[in-house]
Design a protein around this ligand. Sequence first.
Ligand code: XMP
Length: 326
Amino acid sequence: TWTTDSIVEEQVELVRAQVGGKRVVCGLSGGVDSAVAAALVQRAVGDQLTCVFVDHGLLRKDEARQVEEDFVAATGVRLKVVDARERFLTALAGVTDPETKRKAIGREFIRVFEQAAREVVEEAGAHGEQVEFLVQGTLYPDVVESGGGAGAATIKSHHNVGGLPDDLQFALVEPLRALFKDEVRKVGLELGLPDEIVWRQPFPGPGLGIRIIGEVTEERLAVLRDADAIAREELTAAGLDREIWQCPVVLLAEVRSVGVQGDGRTYGHPVVLRPVSSEDAMTADWSRVPYDVLARISTRITNEVRAVNRVTLDITSKPPGTIEWE
Ligand code: XMP
């Protein structure tokens, strides 16, 4: 069996052999896989790697800062940040259909990433160097899933960094191809990444954009970010992080619910808690989170997040319900 240090050593050697003296680019999504893949490649080839982080404004509270500051501090990686928050809000204005929303986010993402990758190529060219490789945090289950024909992945359009134009093609570096998620986490810890990144829940590429049912606006994102942060804090405080696969918090932005808050009647919006237990996200069951933990989450969200006056619990397994609502 492999130990974690031997995985790191072996992958570092393989990456060095593959990349040689060429330059490498890597898109960071804010998730565990791309962070660990980038950290491994950085360990192998240092400043030959440039990471690109597209801040689309759809991440959860504090996640962009953790990438921009904590990840960089832990790895010393060379990072290019693109602030694309306005651009994504513009692209999402008026969009409510889930697939249209996913496609709009995927399309903007690839355009912004493409532009950033071109800049990296040009900067390297100015020093007589070539960018030949793109890092992807593909894991073993992804390899199996995409090789295995029709799977759940085709039910919703997932976005990866595919679809770059012909004049901007790279060979792939996939240092996590043989690993499962738990091994990826161990490798991340071995490489010195912060716990907040290594233990991050799976999070969809389109981010909070697909957890707002209805149009995505800056205001709604702020509401959802606050509610989500409270749910995460309480689940962590209750020691449930490792038991729960993930707990999306969904804002029903087009539903108005009546409440009494303070001394008056309010029209607010419900949020849905969607805690699930799963091995691989292909199937899932709703998590039996203790009532007292649910009670704390509900009380805090309705006290602390003005626009939300109702907290509901999703008790649907997958199938038939997917984990995300859109
Ligand atoms: P569903 O909602 O299909 O989600 O049950 C299964 C798992 O995949 C995540 N998810 C995504 N991950 N890009 C991703 O990288 C996406 O577009 C995407 N959509 C859903 C979801 O959070 C769950 O873990």
